[in-house]
Design a protein around this ligand. Structure first.
Ligand code: DGP
Length: 106
């Protein structure tokens, strides 16, 4: 398993984990672009949003509900926040394991 985010989800590579369940893992981004910058990933490897199929609906729901729960936990809900998904090189994706950015605090 050579994928960095697979290794984080499996607990083999250290990260500041904020949430983990059967479907998703959330951890702080190593190069924060905002005062709060969290990545929410599926535990299973998917290259990006383009790899999603209809059967992934529960996983997608878990990614977004985890993001909203963490936004509340981090005190972002009142003022708002951004959720960003980069797809492919021209989309700004640098790690090819699907991840949702949660950005807030300014
Ligand atoms: P993207 O450009 O959308 O593929 O975002 C990848 C993000 O992953 C980027 O904001 C930096 C973050 N990142 C890269 N390597 C690591 C790491 O080893 N640990 C953590 N916590 N974040 C990482």
């Amino acid at each position: 398993m050579s994928c960095l985010f697979c290794q984080i989800a499996a607990g083999n590579t250290p990260a500041q984990i904020l949430y983990h369940d059967d479907l998703v893992t959330a951890f702080r981004d190593i190069h924060p672009q905002a005062p709060t910058h969290i990545l929410i990933i599926p535990n299973q490897h998917l290259d990006g949003v383009a790899a999603l199929a209809a059967g992934h609906a529960p996983l997608l729901a878990a990614l977004f509900t985890t993001a909203t729960h963490l936004a509340t936990q981090e005190g972002l809900a009142a003022n708002g926040y951004r959720l960003v998904l980069n797809q492919g090189r021209d989309g700004g994706q640098s790690v090819f394991h699907l991840h949702l950015h949660l950005l807030g605090g300014r």
